[in-house]
Design a protein around this ligand. Structure first.
Ligand code: CS2
Length: 469
């Protein structure tokens, strides 16, 4: 296995990659025996421990997919041929990116890893890695910076470009990476802008619920794996990957393994971001306020379930896709209720500033274009505002985990209109179409005033119930 030269470099060796893309490529390899699409996976900022553990374990790990607590399947994944931790020294990763054998670069670097403002059109210079790469591109630190350095070396060495495939929960995720790389190139290597514009940056919609691995999950998986394996990943049975068919340097014929290739991913992205991820964020913020810890607990709370149904009704009106949305939403409720996953609401609540524009706020703008209000989204945003105070009702408290944490904390105010005004003024957070929607802002103010006044979980339940009546 160590002899295999990987055709893919993946950045972001988290649980999601290991339970999603890596499983598809394992299926591809098992079917074809073609080892040219093995993966070299790297972490660039944090989580060296997992890289060390992979190197020690010879890069094999099990994925346990639960249908229910008593029904699970195991896939043994051996498709990672090497792993890298590219912390302070990124030269080994750059070398792999430049190697002609690398034909595809894939990314799961989370929303904030793209280094863009929420409109996806300008570099976020508050991000230290982006700020450093804007200053100087010698020794790049951000993902777009690393890609730019590799693209430059490949152009100079006349190596064919790789394709860059984004696998993060962002709209037009491929276009976003391309924009970030191009904006850095405009600054440092304007002569490369045309080559970057000519490269393939397909978008993709990825879907599989993969909670962060915990000690309990590892212990519980022994029943399925037969031994204690700290590299195990637990997930659900469901998996979906819809990919824009735009690859300049070859790709596996992974259609046969369940990947859907399309000309335009946008309808699928919108459906998944607004309905699955939007409902997830709603359950996270409202659920934490009500003292729940996991998605299955939250969705089984009748008040939250009704709220999610009302949210689906509101959001789906502006989702145009050739999919039966009744079936899709029903399936989501079932997936959320899977009680073998113990998917923590606090995990979903992280990085709200990076997630909410595409999950809720773009839907508000689309509805307004049809003359429709979005009262459930206003209530959802009010729950996020309440969440940002760091305390639930009845003494619950939780940390705020967000790259904009400091600015968000400065917005928090006991006086609802001062809080809303400060939040709306934060650069690049709330899209203009939403910020300028007076009806939405009035509904947000009213919702937040009510949520803020709740001293007990029963009071919150009443406020939520009003929104669905
Ligand atoms: C979740 C997603 O953490 C989150 O924000 O909404 O990770 C979600 O579980 C996946 O997108 C499901 O495909």
């Amino acid at each position: 296995m160590s002899e295999t030269v990987p055709g893919i470099v993946h950045i972001g060796l988290g649980a999601f990659h290991r339970a999603h893309q890596a499983v598809y490529l394992q299926l591809y390899f098992d079917r074809t025996g073609d080892d040219s699409w093995h993966i070299c996976a790297a972490n660039i900022r944090s989580n060296q421990t997992i890289v060390d553990a992979f190197q020690k374990a010879g890069h094999c790990y099990p994925v346990v997919a639960y249908e229910t607590e008593d029904a699970a399947t195991v896939t043994d994944v051996r498709i990672l041929s090497s792993t890298l931790f590219a912390g302070a020294d990124k030269s080994a990763l750059l070398q792999r990116l430049i190697d002609p054998a690398t034909r595809l670069v894939t990314l799961t670097v989370t929303e904030k890893g793209y280094g863009l403002m929420s409109n996806g059109e300008a570099l976020n210079q508050d991000d230290p890695a982006i700020a450093s790469d804007v200053q100087s591109i010698d020794g790049p630190t951000s993902v777009p910076g690393l890609l730019l350095a590799a693209i430059r070396a490949r152009v100079l060495q006349r190596v064919a470009p790789f394709t860059v495939l984004s696998c993060d929960n962002l709209p037009h995720n491929g276009r976003r990476v391309q924009t970030a790389v191009r904006l850095l190139a405009e600054r440092h290597y304007p002569e490369l802008v045309d080559s970057i514009q000519a490269m393939s940056f397909p978008s993709s919609m990825v879907d599989r619920i993969v909670p962060a691995v915990t000690d309990e999950a590892i212990a519980k998986s022994v029943r399925w794996v037969g031994k204690q394996d700290s590299l195990v990943v637990v997930t659900e049975q469901f998996s979906q990957w819809v990919v824009e068919d735009n690859f300049s340097n070859g790709r596996p014929d992974w259609e046969a393994d369940g990947v859907t290739m399309v000309d335009d991913v946008e309808p699928y992205e919108t459906m998944k971001l607004r309905l699955l991820n939007g409902a997830h964020s709603l359950l996270a913020y409202a659920g934490l306020l009500l003292g729940h810890a996991t998605v299955d607990q939250a969705v089984n709370d009748p008040a939250l379930r009704a709220l999610v149904l009302a949210y689906f009704d509101e959001a789906r009106v502006v989702v145009k896709v050739a999919v039966d949305l009744d079936e899709y939403c029903n399936a989501l409720l079932k997936r959320f209720a899977n009680n073998s996953l113990h998917h923590k609401l606090s995990q979903i609540a992280m990085d709200g500033s990076q997630k909410l524009p595409q999950r809720w706020l773009r839907g508000v703008i689309d509805r307004r274009k049809q003359g429709l209000d979005s009262p459930v989204a206003a209530l959802a945003l009010a729950c996020w505002m309440a969440h940002l105070r760091g305390a639930g009702v009845q003494g619950a408290s939780y940390p705020i985990n967000d790259p904009l944490e400091e600015s968000l904390k400065q917005c928090v105010d006991d006086e609802p209109s001062a809080y809303v005004t400060k939040l709306m003024a934060l650069d690049g957070l709330v899209p203009p179409g939403c910020r300028d929607d007076h009806v939405f802002i009035a509904q947000l103010l009213a919702s937040f005033s009510r949520v803020r006044g709740c001293a007990t979980t029963s009071a919150v339940t009443l406020v939520l119930a009003d929104a669905t009546s």
